[in-house]
Write a protein that binds this ligand. Structure first.
Ligand code: SF4
Length: 168
């Protein structure tokens, strides 16, 4: 049963990303580089990222709703940063692109495991709101840094392409 669920989860996560044309980029203003990442693997439901405090800034509208009614970002642990829809040109930002829409966020805190328990985390490490998650939650993690604090996270990342930021 567990193997069946894992196979289904892998299929549905990949299908979700592909069907929705979702891509991830990191925008490193200190290193002057933009990298497109491909996420590999599947969530093994270790629950580590669900039991850690993760805070981030978003550029633009914090409560943006996508055309299909999906909220773009969670409404807690989020701070609107720049008021615009682009980065503030400092540090490491990330973007989620879905079709013609690109939105930026900046991770400001990734706490240790046990630093915060998501209230939607069920006893079996499943998510109580799996089908109603925000886009951000559905596609987390999006960068190698976002799995580093969680040793049992089963996601890996491949670099797809790299550009100089000042040449874009
Ligand atoms: S740490 Fe990685 S494998 Fe574990 S629940 Fe979070 S995304 Fe899934």
């Amino acid at each position: 049963m567990q193997a069946q669920f894992a196979a289904h989860a892998e299929r549905s996560e990949r299908e979700f990303l592909m069907a929705n044309e979702i891509t991830f980029h990191s925008w490193d203003h200190d290193q002057n580089e933009v990298i497109e990442w491909e996420r590999l693997g599947e969530c093994n439901q270790c629950g580590e990222c669900c039991t850690a405090m993760i805070r981030f800034n978003v550029a633009g509208e914090r409560f943006e709703t996508l055309p299909d009614g999906t909220l773009m970002f969670p409404t807690t642990n989020v701070t609107p940063k720049s008021g615009g829809t682009t980065t503030d040109g400092k540090g490491l930002w990330h973007s989620i692109t879905r079709g013609n829409l690109t939105r930026f966020f900046e991770v400001t805190e990734q706490g240790e495991i046990g630093s915060h328990y998501c209230p939607q985390l069920l006893g079996n490490n499943r998510c109580a709101v799996q089908s109603n998650k925000t886009l951000f939650n559905k596609v987390w993690p999006m960068h190698p840094n976002q799995v580093t604090p969680y040793p049992n996270c089963s996601y890996k990342f491949d670099e797809v392409a790299r550009w100089r930021l000042d040449e874009l």
